[in-house]
Every structure is written in C-alpha cells, then in structure tokens.
Write a protein that binds this ligand. Structure first.
Ligand code: MN
Length: 320
C-alpha cells in the first residue's frame, strides 16, 4: 500500500524551510493554532489515495513523514491491490486497516496477513524490500500507510518487521483510543519506536471529546471516516489538521461517528531528503540506494512473491 514520494509531494533534496510553490494552498488558520492543509490524490498500484503528508507546506509531524489514506475501495481478485517488491531505507512503514485484508511479504522472509485492528511495522534501516497484495480478498479495503523517519542511531542499522495484534485501548468519554505507537496518556503500545512519538486511532461517537496532549509534541489529525470539528474548523478525509507544540489538550467534536488518526512527536531537527521510497539526509544517499536497488544488490534482498518488482524512476536531479 506504500506509495512513492514524488517531487509533487516534496522538493527532493531541498535545503532550508519548505517554500510553497506558486498557486499552492496556504495553511488556513483555524481558531488560534490549528492549520488545515489540503492533501492531494496520488496513485498507488492503480488505486487513488489521499496523500496528506508530506506536503510542501507541512513535511513532518514529529518523525511522521508520510500518510497515505486508501479507500474505501472495492477490491477483488480481478481488481486487486498489488504493490510488487520495492525497497525502503531510513523509515518505518506503519500499516493499519479499517476494513479488508492485505498480505505483507518482505526480504526478511516475513509473510503476514494484516486485518483491521492489527498493526504491521517494518523498520527499513539500511535497506529492506517488501510487497503488499490483496491477493484473493474480495470486498472493501480501507486503510492507511504511514512512514516514520528513522533517526541517525537506527537508520543505518538492520531491518526488522513486527506484527502487533493486541494493542492497548483507552477511553476518553465516548471515544475509544487504540494506541498504535508510543505512549498515549499512560497507555503504551508494544510496537517499537526509535524516537518520541505517538500514533492513536480514535473512534469517536457523536459529541465532544477532550484528549490529553504532550506539550513537547506537535500533532496532526487525519480523518479516515466522518468529519470532526476542531474549534471553528472542520476536518474531513483528505485534509490534515496540524497543531504545533505547546498544547496540553485537544477538543474534538463529531456530529456522528468518526475515525481519526492522531499523530504526534517531538519536532524533527533533521532535514530529511525524501524521494521515491527512500528517506535519507542527502541526494548522495538516495543515489546510492537507488543504484543498489537497480543492481539487485544484497542490501535489499528478495521478496517471495510473483508480483512484479518495481524499478526505480530516474531521480529528477539527474539529467542526460
Ligand atoms: Mn512500501
């Protein structure tokens, strides 16, 4: 389900703060602090997805650096989701389904069926390859894939994969909060984190909810179903709500049931270079990873699937 990052999402290898391109939507102030950032539609294996991160005007939330929201879309063996083997470096993929089923295979030898309520977490480190396929599943598919940028102390290290079927659930009024990653108000996910961050799936019912926040985290809201109000602003699928650090709590209101991801983390000091399926700190690192993938180097290994291996496109900074 992972979609590659293109120059439409972020300028590759830019230095300094992001500059919105001409005509790009500006952040909309909502109340005193919430910014609303419009996502865009991207294509992943022939399926349209809502990409709300990265955007040129908002590249990261803590170490969260990529959010693709797929579906709900009807899937069948004749119109499957089939993302063939492709590489990653320097990031962890976080895959979470609301509906449907997906099979993950990677170059570590993992083969894992993913169902709603379960978490797949693959840390790429120096390099890993994986494939994600709906195979013989028939029905609705609805889910998200997120990337977390790995810090210096793990991004050059070995890859890893973990599946977590038992995640902590906390209640805040009528809202059910499933903790995917990190510690949310003392409810700690068993999943690995390399930096201080949090990821929570919120199932809201009609009414208001107040959620505790860590003051040192910046936060983002991604609506998966329904809509929620934050102050005067309405969030719905396809938009990112962004809240800078310095808040103890967040008030949300839903008119009917809604599902919302809350993402948070310590603002990232690093300047990431993201291109295609790689997260790095320089073009040279990207160039090396791409060359290794194109050469079939051991760095990425092999994935046991019949799905077609995905070749890397040409880097936009390479001419001739
Ligand atoms: Mn991927």
């Amino acid at each position: 389900m992972s979609g590659p990052v293109s120059p439409i999402d972020v300028a590759p290898a830019s230095a300094g703060p992001p500059v919105p391109p001409p005509g790009a939507p500006s952040p909309v102030a909502a109340g005193p602090e919430l910014e609303v950032v419009e996502g865009r539609t991207a294509d992943v294996g022939g399926i349209p997805v809502r990409r709300v991160l990265p955007r040129r005007i908002r590249r990261t939330i803590g170490a969260w650096c990529f959010v693709d929201h797929l579906g709900p879309v009807a899937i069948s063996p004749s119109s499957p989701v089939a993302v063939g083997p492709h590489p990653h470096t320097g990031l962890a993929t976080v895959t979470w389904l609301l509906r449907g089923r997906q099979v993950h295979r990677d170059s570590l030898g993992s083969e894992q069926v993913l169902r709603p309520g379960e978490l797949n977490l693959m840390s790429a480190g120096h390099g890993v390859a994986h494939a994600e396929e709906s195979e013989n599943y028939q029905g609705e598919l609805h889910g998200v894939q997120l990337w977390v940028a790995q810090p210096e102390h793990t991004r050059h290290g070995p890859p890893a994969f973990a599946h977590h079927a038992d995640l902590p659930v906390a209640r805040f009024g009528a809202t059910e909060a499933t903790v995917l990653l990190g510690d949310f108000d003392g409810n700690v996910s068993p999943a690995r984190t390399d930096t201080a961050l949090v990821g929570v799936d919120l199932a809201l019912r009609s009414g208001g909810t107040v959620l505790p926040l860590r003051r040192d985290f910046e936060h983002g809201l991604v609506v998966l179903t329904g809509s929620v109000e934050v102050g005067a602003q309405v969030l719905r699928p396809g938009r990112l709500g962004y809240l800078g650090a310095g808040h103890d709590e967040l008030s949300l209101r839903a008119d009917e049931s809604a599902r919302v991801l809350l993402l948070g983390g310590e603002p990232l000091g690093d300047e990431l270079v993201m291109w295609w399926n790689f997260v790095a700190r320089s073009r040279a690192e990207i160039d090396a990873a791409r060359a290794d993938w194109q050469a079939g180097a051991d760095r990425f290994g092999a994935v046991a699937t019949t799905a077609r291996r995905i070749p890397a496109p040409e880097q936009p900074w390479v001419t001739g």
